[in-house]
Design a protein around this ligand. Structure first.
Ligand code: 4NP
Length: 154
């Protein structure tokens, strides 16, 4: 059966934050037996075709999830009809997603952290220029959002 909700998680490069959000949401849905489709993409094109940042791979693996096979891609016009929900990891990417939305877009476009009670409007901070500790924060943020989304769907 085709899942009736499908989520595209979007950051800038699709190598740090959104692959972790994809992994966390996939995993939370699988654990709960909730049937959804999940993918991730970037608004930027610099890293298209690349695997996730090694620091993202490491934090995912530390939580039992192998994301080495993920490959970065850029958001495309068809995504706005293919996904029921397109969720940005921060406000810049949310604005960019809205700016690029085609006229026939059917997706709900929002901010990932709006799913988490008390954290509406917040960004998942970009860990790219920081150290491993930043990636642990990213994982905590996207896991909280994944759990909240799945709790709402089940
Ligand atoms: P992401 O992190 O948006 O979480 O994947 C970044 C990755 C690469 C760059 C910026 C942010 N970059 O400027 O190349």
């Amino acid at each position: 059966m085709k899942p009736n909700r499908s989520f595209l998680l979007v950051c800038l490069g699709n190598i740090c934050r959104s692959p972790l959000a994809e992994a966390a949401l996939r995993d939370a849905a699988a654990q709960a037996g909730v049937d959804i489709a999940v993918d991730s993409a970037g608004t930027g094109a610099w890293h298209v075709g690349n695997p996730p940042d090694p620091r993202s791979q490491a934090v995912a693996l530390a939580h039992g999830i192998d994301i080495a096979g993920y490959r970065a891609r850029q958001v495309e016009a068809a995504d706005y009809r293919r996904f029921t929900d397109i969720l940005a990891l921060d406000r810049d990417n949310l604005a960019e997603l809205r700016r690029r939305a085609p006229k026939d877009s059917t997706a709900r476009i929002g901010l990932l952290m709006d799913a988490v009670p008390g954290r509406g409007g917040q960004a998942v901070a970009d860990p790219y220029y920081g150290d491993a500790a930043g990636f642990a924060v990213t994982w905590a943020d996207v896991s909280a959002a994944a759990e909240a989304i799945v709790a709402e769907l089940r």
